[in-house]
Design a binder for this molecule. Structure first.
Ligand code: DGL
Length: 266
């Protein structure tokens, strides 16, 4: 591939959560066009079987490949856990996956207690089990399934008292267990940051792996010579859910003066 590969980066999630990764990608890769696919109709993935998640992921990837994407970011911890091996085996394009940031949490912890908030599917995956064994063997890991949180974000209710009530149930026991690191192990959760911070205060560091994933994407583009210095940058958003929600969220998290935004429902 030439040094000026202007094909877009593809990114997908079960819904709008992966926009937290998109936001970091546009910051560090301002010359790259991006096609985002939100499978909000089938969201949440977290409580579904691996087989179902693999099928959804297959469709999402095939859609992104039909848009000529040169690399695909699976901006969903749950889909990574269930489907990344399958995707890497079956499609001839580099994939970047996500996993809960157990490693930095364990190495930064002074109390020896860390908290991880993620979906059932992510905790069930072998990736999480292996990472925990490898990096957090001597650490007490407080795991918590964030039941209902993804739905709050999908319904534009992230910054509400209703979301805070759920978050308190999940996070206060972690704080009482002396955790000093809390990992946001689902790409939807950074949208809940304000409410999480309100609960956590200065007792723990909140770890959002999105920046690390964006950097990893940049490294892979360089490795495979897929980067572009790009002029005609665009951002396309496709959703199987409600178009109004994705428009609202993209506008909320984007800085002004961005390149053309194109929204479509499927
Ligand atoms: N954003 C997905 C993740 O990172 C949400 C999972 C879901 O759809 O339940 O895990």
């Amino acid at each position: 591939m030439s040094m000026a590969d202007s094909r877009p980066i593809g990114i997908f999630d079960s819904g709008v959560g992966g926009l937290t990764v998109w936001k970091e990608l546009i910051n560090i890769l301002p010359n790259e066009s991006i096609v985002y696919f939100a499978d909000s109709k089938n969201c949440p993935y977290g409580s579904k079987s691996d087989k179902e998640i693999i099928n959804f992921s297959k469709k999402n990837v095939e859609f992104l490949l039909s848009q000529q994407c040169k690399i695909i970011v699976v901006a969903c911890n749950t889909a990574t856990a269930a489907a990344i091996d399958f995707l890497r085996k079956n499609y001839n394009v580099p994939f970047i996956g996500m996993e809960p940031a157990v490693k930095p949490a364990a190495s930064n912890s002074k109390t020896g207690h860390i908290g991880i908030l993620a979906t059932q599917g992510t905790f069930n995956g072998k990736l999480f089990k292996e990472t925990s064994r490898k990096y957090a063997d001597n650490i007490e890991t407080n795991i918590q399934i964030g039941v209902g949180l993804v739905e709050m974000v999908e319904n534009f209710k992230a910054d509400t008292n209703e979301a805070e009530v759920l978050l308190r149930q999940y996070i206060e026991p972690m704080i009482n267990n002396n955790v000093d690191q809390i990992v946001l192990g689902c790409t939807h959760y950074p949208f809940l940051y304000n409410r999480i911070k309100k609960i956590v205060g200065n007792t723990a560091t909140i770890i959002n792996p999105s920046i690390a994933v964006a950097k990893q994407t940049q490294a892979q583009l360089l490795k495979y010579h897929l980067e572009t210095s790009g002029n005609d940058v665009y951002y396309k958003f496709y959703t199987t859910g409600k178009i109004k929600i994705i428009i609202k969220i993209v506008k909320q998290i984007s800085k002004k003066n961005h390149k053309p935004f194109i929204f479509k429902s499927l």
